[in-house]
Write a protein that binds this ligand. Sequence first.
Ligand code: HEC
Length: 107
Amino acid sequence: MRQSVLLLAMAIVPTMAASAASPDGAAVYDKWCAPCHAPGISHPGTQALKAKYPGEWQGVLRDWKELTPDYVRLTVRQGISVMPHFRKTEISDAELDALARYIARKP
Ligand code: HEC
């Protein structure tokens, strides 16, 4: 009896871990990045990037074509200039992976 309970637990736990390991990149972006990087004048990240990289691009993070997932990971963990860094207790590694793929997706 005890053995079958253990086997059941072993069967369930990996399933739970797998679903926790695939977070929604769009949701992570909306929570942690959009307050500063959404389009428009009221978003300091967008304004800063528009000034920093002048040209046709309007500074919106998600529209940045050259952005790579690795660079997103680096910037999020280290921060840059006035942008804060984010800890693993705020954005986990799995969430950061999903976020990086979401933002750096190419059209
Ligand atoms: C408190 C506002 C704020 C938040 C929140 C924020 N950023 Fe930023 N971010 C900025 C600002 C301001 C800059 C421009 C920094 C500079 O002047 O170099 C920036 C720049 C960047 C850059 C470009 C760095 C470069 O080389 O120019 C990336 C990539 C970036 N942010 C990603 C993110 C991601 C991903 C998130 C969400 C996890 C996020 N940011 C959240 C304010 C923010």
